[in-house]
Design a binder for this molecule. Structure first.
Ligand code: ADP
Ligand code: MG
Length: 618
């Protein structure tokens, strides 16, 4: 419990003691009234204050206004215990709701363990100074000792270590890193001393990006949520008008007793307080977001939870999404140079790229590459890379890139064309090609199956790779629609057209790793990114980030979103249903002030408890 919640609790306790005193004290009548008045103020001063403040702002009709009018009215009629009870139970409801919000927030924040507390900067003389991660300039050398978190993104200058990446990815397999490897902030160094050259400031780091994302998780409001806010705005003036009519019409027209009808009008006001609805709908969404985050699924707002629930089309990117993106070299076909030289050339040209193909070529080469030999790197998304290595212009990529380089590759027809082919050209001369092959993630086939079972009608795979590779991957996963040899812009075109073809109210998701496909993530109704360490663009462009790169989480996300929306609907029906029934009973004089208070708190508590179920969907 935090300080604010403890304060509410103290106020509830003091109010109870004072009210009990007023009931039990055999003192004079004025003392009893004074004690009730005190109890009332202890419980409700902030409600009165908020009502007043909103009236001054011209924003008259809200729950605080309803509570204030109803309780002051009850006081004037001499119903002191009732007035105190309304305020008291209102605070109980508030406390409840506060704790619930906090619990949801905490489960999102457990991801927050990734926040580093310090960085060790290496000074010119080799000594270390511990500073805040925010104070480390880009390009500094920092030292990470075993047991410490990597505070900023960068490249390993020297040292070897295995990293625990589970905070970022949920994956427990340690990752081995050594010289020239890219490392992401938020990973835990478990074994060795690492000297790292930082690639940017803390604000640009993976950790800072994830933290920002989590903090803003509440901003994208769902349609249902916006509707409830609008509903409350028109609803409150309406019930206030109804209460005024209820207080005045029967006495004026039918000769009823003024006190009876004013009291009924006040009861009517208490009952009509839309708390349960106003509170529980955003809370349900928030709990749903919290529940998803427990499974490493970060949803950037309730709006996207709502969109996930209505998914009918899921478009997957191939490399790094359905496949591991961890290619191994299966064959090298050099032309005029040694195989080892061709591999060295490709690895050196790819030194500044973080594309899966580039990472794999560097790994296959295995030897450290001097990054200063490579300059003027340009990335052609969906094609490959051009770089100047020791004064020579090197192209490494697919056939499209070779056209750009002005060479005609001669690919051998020897049964190995199943893999992805990296062609290499130097200064306008074709140097040969490297065949690399990727493997499908273990979970991919099951992910496709689960999505089908969940009623997703269209499952599509897009790739910039060759049709032969695409056919094989799609076939092994049971995906019938696939499109190969696409540039990122063509993926955007496909997604735009596919989204247009859908019936209204249905949504399309694109799932990608963010490398070369950030624009596609932005285009889709729901952009889902494989957000594991490395692909920063993805975390920014996407609406949903899967921290552990597991395609199964797409289906889990859909399940959580649907369950959350079901809870939202239950809460709306519950709140409105009970309110309507009580309003009728109150107006008819069957339900009194006490019933009204209990109904209000009861519905709120029930709705809050129901909302919290969204935290535990599995
Ligand atoms: P996918 O659509 O499967 O995610 P991309 O659009 O990222 O793949 O890339 C499409 C193709 O472009 C790759 O299969 C590869 O042939 C080529 N390519 C892209 N980037 C590189 C690179 N850095 N080095 C070599 N080839 C690359
Ligand atoms: Mg890709």
């Amino acid at each position: 419990m935090n300080q604010e919640q403890r304060n509410i609790l103290y106020r509830i306790a003091i109010c109870l003691v004072l009210a009990a005193g007023a009931f039990l004290a055999p003192g004079p009548r004025w003392l009893e009234i004074a004690l009730f008045a005190l109890a009332y103020l202890v419980a409700g001063a902030d409600v009165l204050w908020k009502a007043l403040r909103n009236i001054v702002r011209g924003d008259i009709f809200d729950e605080h206004f309803l509570m204030s009018v109803a309780t002051i009215g009850a006081g004037i009629l001499g119903e002191y215990p009732e007035a105190v009870a309304v305020m008291l139970f209102y605070q109980v409801g508030e406390l409840f709701q506060d704790i619930a919000v906090e619990r949801s927030r905490r489960s999102i924040a457990s991801l927050m363990d990734i926040r580093p507390d310090h960085a060790n900067i290496e000074n010119a003389d080799g000594s270390l100074t511990a500073v805040k991660p925010e104070d480390v300039p880009a390009g500094s050398i920092i030292v990470v000792r075993p047991g410490e978190k990597i505070p900023l993104d960068g490249t390993v200058e020297s040292g070897h270590a295995s990293l625990d990446t589970s905070a970022l990815t949920g994956e427990s397999m340690p990752r081995e890193v050594g010289e020239n490897d890219l490392v992401a902030s938020g990973c835990l160094d478990m074994t060795g001393l690492l000297r790292i050259r930082t690639s940017g400031t803390y604000g640009e780091s993976t950790v800072a990006k994830i933290l920002r994302l989590v903090e803003n998780a509440e901003t994208g409001k769902a349609k249902t949520e916006k509707f409830i806010t609008r509903f409350a705005k028109t609803y409150t003036p309406l019930v206030t008008a109804a209460a005024v009519l209820l207080a005045t019409v029967p006495p004026l027209l039918a000769g009823g007793a003024w006190t009876t009808w004013i009291e009924r009008a006040l009861i009517f006001l208490v009952i009509s307080c839309p708390c349960a609805l106003v509170v529980s709908v955003p809370l349900s969404f928030f709990a749903g977001i919290g529940g998803a985050s427990r499974h490493g699924i970060l949803v950037k707002g309730s709006h996207y939870l709502e969109m996930l629930a209505r998914l009918k089309t899921v478009v997957f990117d191939k490399t790094g999404t359905l496949t591991k993106g961890d290619f191994s070299v299966t064959a090298v076909y050099p032309q005029g140079i040694a195989p080892e030289e061709l591999l060295a050339l490709a690895a050196t040209a790819e030194i500044h790229s973080d594309h899966p193909v580039a990472l794999s070529l560097r790994k296959a080469y295995g030897k450290p590459v001097d990054p200063s030999r490579t300059s003027e790197t340009s990335n052609f998304a969906g094609e490959g890379i051009r770089a100047v290595v020791a004064g020579k212009t090197v192209y490494a990529g697919n056939e499209k890139l070779m056209k750009r380089a002005g060479v005609h590759p001669e690919t051998h027809q020897n049964g190995l064309e199943e893999g992805t082919i990296v062609q290499v050209a130097v200064d306008g001369r074709y140097m040969g090609h490297i065949v690399i092959s990727d493997s499908v993630k273990e979970e991919s086939a099951q992910a496709v199956g689960l999505l089908r079972k969940a009623g997703i009608e269209h499952i599509v795979m897009l790739t910039g790779d060759r049709p032969e590779v695409a056919r094989k991957v799609a076939g092994s996963l049971g995906i019938t629609e696939y499109h190969a040899r696409l540039l990122p812009a063509e993926k955007v075109e496909y997604v735009t057209a596919a989204a247009k073809r859908q019936r209204p109210g249905r949504t399309l998701a694109f799932v990608g790793d963010g490398i070369n496909d950030a624009p596609v993530l932005k285009t889709a109704d729901v952009g889902i990114a494989m957000g594991a360490a490395g692909s920063q663009a993805a975390i920014e462009a996407a609406d949903v980030v899967l921290l552990d790169d597991n395609p199964l989480k797409v289906a889990l996300g859909v399940k959580i979103s649907r369950a959350t929306l079901a809870i939202v609907k239950q809460n709306i029906v519950l709140a409105i249903g009970i309110k309507l029934a009580m309003l009728v009973l109150g107006a008819a004089g069957v339900a009194g002030m006490w019933e009204a208070v209990f109904a209000d708190v009861g519905v709120t508590v029930m709705a809050v408890l129901n909302a919290l179920r969204a935290l535990r969907i599995k």
